[in-house]
Write a protein that binds this ligand. Structure first.
Ligand code: ADP
Length: 633
């Protein structure tokens, strides 16, 4: 049986031509699955020289592997038996040499004119390269997905590690701060106790002052590091309260003026006369920013002036927009350093000055001003001076408490009016109890002591003290539990309790007040703040030292600058120039032993010597000599 009628030779030729020029492979088989014909490409794949050679052959005689041949035959058989075409399916073709090709195949049953199935017609296309591209794309995709999964899990782990490291860092810093504050409470507390002694003279007083200064410096560093970690953890928050703006500024000015004058730099304060009185702001933080900017201005200025200008840009019924400007005639900042200035730990310019700071001040100040929804701006000219400024919009308030009452105006408190008061101090550390005891007993308070809340509670019931000052972290019963007990007991609940703790975070402070503390005193204890709190809680009136003849004399002696004769000054200058600070100190101390009137002069130079500022000492002595302020020999 032939597939095409004999008289249709031309058509046969035409068909062969079409088949041989098709990009597809084409074949046809009879019902026994023996080949009847194919095109050239197919013959080529089958390992034959020409299409004619295929006639009568089975798949087992062609170039493919036996199992491939079987697979083809199974498919062909199914198409013939079922009479259903299979279109465009993909199948592998494994060749005898082991290579695999991918084919996209269609198989159609061949029918006679009467409709009877007489064989199968097939065509296929080699899609190996497309298949390979798809396959490698799929592999790449899978690999990519795997990589994404892996990276995501790595990132998650890294984030977890960073989070827990951050958490550990915060905890470490909080603990460290607490641990450092406790011994510092002893150091600063005793420095304050000793400096209140009237018998302390000369070198000893200077020594105590230095201990106090160094302790205070250490405390600033601890606070700076804590602040920075809070900023990093985005935990720094402002606590605005009503305050008296002129008083706050005045206290900042007083503090900075002393520092500027010690360096021979003019301090100019220019408040706008329209400055509002009561405002709402975070007093501590605003003060911190101003002191930092003014402190830097003074630190980096050797001659000329430092100016604090406070202007009112607008004033409404409820708000004031205030411009703070801190202007100095100091060393200035080079253009290329301006952008780094607010980064933590960045110090620029003169290395000698850098040793006096940590490079944290401006970073912290900028974040605080940012929290006030503003930004510190700088204008600076190298070698000419700098100008730092910021504008803040502050709500006005009438309910301010004058912060000036906090300032112990230098008058020594020696007691209080009225009956003797009893104060119970609860703290597990004896040195902390001892600081409070030694600050308060000389003023006439009777001090009771307890090592923990439980013991405190027992004493409270038997002794009924007028005021309790309690620590928070203690064994047996901590400060929180103690307060809870006190506030829930009928006879005790009105007891005045000041919480004093080295855990100074806003949360600890708030928690202490929430459980019933009347006030919060941070450790290390600042004596004026302690006195202020006590007077508020007990409604006390302090008795200050009476200005006796001798006291006022000594006050004069202490403030008036009396210089030694020029020969002595010249000798001191010579010693300073050799850099021998030890003999300089000895000479200064001899001078004050000879005549107490030189104390302010000696104190000023000793202060500089304690910070190894030999250049400044030389400049100061030269200035005294030049200005002819020195009495004739
Ligand atoms: P530091 O504790 O070192 O003073 P700050 O963050 O307060 O840290 O200041 C960072 C740096 O900015 C300083 O080390 C100094 O180089 C520069 N700087 C700050 N204020 C001034 C100023 N008024 N004049 C010149 N340089 C300044």
């Amino acid at each position: 049986m032939t597939l095409l009628s004999e008289n249709e030779d031309f058509q046969k030729q035409l068909l062969q031509l079409v088949m041989d020029t098709l990009p597809q492979r084409v074949f046809w088989k009879d019902r026994n699955l023996n080949y009847l014909g194919c095109n050239k490409l197919f013959a080529n794949d089958a390992g034959l020289m020409s299409p004619e050679e295929i006639v009568g052959k089975s798949d087992f005689e062609l170039a493919w592997e036996k199992f491939t041949a079987e697979a083809y035959r199974t498919d062909d058989r199914a198409v013939i038996d079922e009479g259903i075409a299979r279109i465009n399916y993909e199948e592998p073709q494994v060749l005898e040499d082991g290579t695999t090709l991918w084919l996209q195949t269609s198989k159609i049953p061949l029918r006679s004119q009467t409709g009877e199935i007489i064989g199968v017609f097939g065509s296929y296309e080699d899609i190996t390269s497309r298949k390979q591209a798809e396959l490698s794309l799929k592999n790449l995709n899978e690999e990519l997905e795997q990589r994404v999964v892996q990276r995501t899990s790595e990132l998650y782990q890294a984030k977890e590690a960073a989070d827990s490291a951050n958490q550990a860092k915060s905890e470490f810093l909080a603990n460290m701060s607490h641990e450092l504050r406790t011994p510092l409470n002893g150091i600063l507390g005793y420095a304050q106790i000793l400096s209140r002694s009237q018998t302390l003279q000369g070198r000893e007083r200077e020594g105590v002052n230095i201990i106090h200064q160094c302790g205070a410096h250490l405390l600033t560093l601890i606070n700076d590091v804590l602040d920075l970690s809070k900023i990093e953890a985005r935990k720094l928050e402002l606590s605005p309260t009503a305050l008296h703006l002129p008083a706050l500024l005045q206290s900042v000015v007083e503090m900075c003026r002393i520092k500027a004058e010690q360096k021979g730099v003019d301090f100019i304060y220019q408040p706008n006369p329209r400055l509002p009185e009561g405002i709402k702001a975070d007093e501590k933080r605003l003060r911190q920013v101003l002191i930092n900017l003014l402190g830097n201005a003074i630190k980096f200025t050797e001659q000329g002036s430092v100016t604090l200008r406070v202007d009112v840009l607008s004033l409404s019924e409820t708000h004031a927009s205030i411009l703070f400007e801190i202007i100095d005639t100091g060393i200035g900042i080079a253009e290329e350093n301006l952008s780094k200035l607010f980064d933590a730990f960045e110090q620029v310019g003169d290395e000698k000055k850098q040793s006096e700071g940590t490079g944290l001040g401006l970073a912290i100040s900028q974040r605080i001003v940012n929290l006030m929804e503003s930004e510190i701006q700088i204008k600076s000219q190298f070698q000419t001076g700098s100008e730092f400024s910021f504008i803040v919009d502050l709500p006005l308030s009438k309910n301010w408490v004058s912060s000036q009452t906090l300032i112990d105006g230098g008058d020594r408190i020696i007691g209080y009016d009225g009956q003797r008061c009893q104060i119970l101090v609860i703290d597990d550390r004896w040195e902390n109890r001892s600081v409070v005891q030694n600050l308060l007993e000389p003023l006439g308070f009777e001090i009771l002591e307890a090592e923990h809340g439980q013991a405190g509670l027992e004493l409270l019931q038997t002794q009924q003290p007028d005021l309790v000052i309690t620590d928070l972290t203690m064994p047996v019963m901590d400060g929180f539990q103690f307060l809870e007990q006190v506030r829930n007991r009928e006879g005790l609940k009105h007891t005045k309790v000041i919480v004093s703790s080295a855990s100074v975070s806003q949360t600890d402070r708030q928690m202490a007040l929430d459980v019933g503390g009347d006030d919060f005193l941070a450790k290390p204890v600042d004596a004026p703040s302690l006195f202020h709190m006590i007077s508020q809680q007990l409604q006390l009136t302090w008795v200050h030292e009476a200005p006796t003849a001798s006291a006022s004399d000594s006050a004069t002696v202490l403030t008036e600058l009396i210089l030694p004769p020029s020969t002595t000054l010249a000798a001191l200058l010579k010693t300073a120039e050799t850099g021998d600070l030890k003999s300089l100190r000895q000479k200064l101390n001899t001078l004050v032993d000879e005549d107490l009137a030189y104390r302010p002069f000696v104190d000023t130079v000793l202060q500089l010597a304690s910070q190894f500022m030999t250049e400044e000492i030389e400049k100061l002595l030269e200035q005294y000599l030049e200005n002819d302020l020195v009495p004739v020999d």
